[in-house]
Write a protein that binds this ligand. Structure first.
Ligand code: ADE
Length: 234
């Protein structure tokens, strides 16, 4: 069964362009996922199609209005158990563990809805009514939730079985179980000599056990140097 991914946004073209491309696009063409992109503006309640307004109490910046957002989610959602994500720097920080948890929830419901915030934020009553899972992709502020939503979709879709051509390469990626939370080892391909830089000899040896040992060692050394927080050495 294909997973239904629905994105609610003020910038549908930005989302569509990415979802048609590369592995995300291929996954849809192969029927492993289907994407629905909804323009929140279509759910505006006035003739000017207004979706934002000034904050009560004053202050700089515009706030996305609750009615178009809530109506857009209600019109789009097919399963009341489907997770609704609100992309916001106030949310819980995305990591591979959260990706797998979200994929589990989404697969169970057959559907996941991603809501892209814009401007200064969204009316709190939309959050109260929809009870979304608020997700941040890191401690920095972007101009909107579109890029974060695409990050989440990419991270989710590549974990759907069969989406990546060679499942071995997915298994060995950084942050997946095969390396138990370690970073990737260095990789090389042709040519064997580039501007005087050669390939580590062990990789040319044809000795599979030695190559595996070298890769494990490199991965561990790199993790220790760059991300010691990932190792529990104690
Ligand atoms: N919207 C703006 N910045 C964001 C971030 N870092 N994560 C998720 N949504 C956002």
């Amino acid at each position: 069964m294909s997973l239904s991914v629905k994105v609610l946004t003020l910038f549908p073209d930005m989302i569509r362009a990415v979802l048609e491309t590369s592995i995300l696009g291929r996954a849809a063409r192969q029927g492993q996922v289907d994407y629905t992109v909804v323009d929140i503006r279509d759910f505006a309640v006035d003739k000017h199609r207004t979706v934002d307004d000034y904050p009560y109490g004053g202050g700089a910046g515009m706030i996305m209005m609750a009615p178009p957002i809530v109506e857009a989610v209600e019109a789009t959602r097919e399963n009341d158990d489907a997770p609704v994500l609100l992309m916001t720097p106030q949310g819980e920080r995305l990591d591979e563990g959260l990706v797998l948890e979200l994929l589990d929830l989404a697969s169970g419901a057959g559907e996941i809805i991603l809501l892209c915030g814009h401007y200064k934020g969204i009316d709190e009553r939309a959050i109260e009514l929809l009870c979304p899972r608020e997700v941040s992709i890191g401690d920095y502020v972007l101009t909107g939730g579109e890029l974060p939503a695409l990050v989440v979709i990419d991270a989710l879709v590549r974990r759907i079985p069969g989406v990546l051509g060679n499942s071995d390469s997915a298994e060995q990626d950084s942050f997946t179980a095969a390396l138990a939370g370690r970073l990737e080892c260095p990789w090389y391909t042709r040519p064997p000599d580039f501007r005087g830089l050669e390939i580590p000899e062990v990789l040319m040896s044809g000795h599979h056990a030695k190559i595996e040992a070298w890769r494990r060692e490199q991965s561990l050394a790199r993790t220790r140097q760059r991300r010691p927080d990932l190792l529990d050495d104690d």
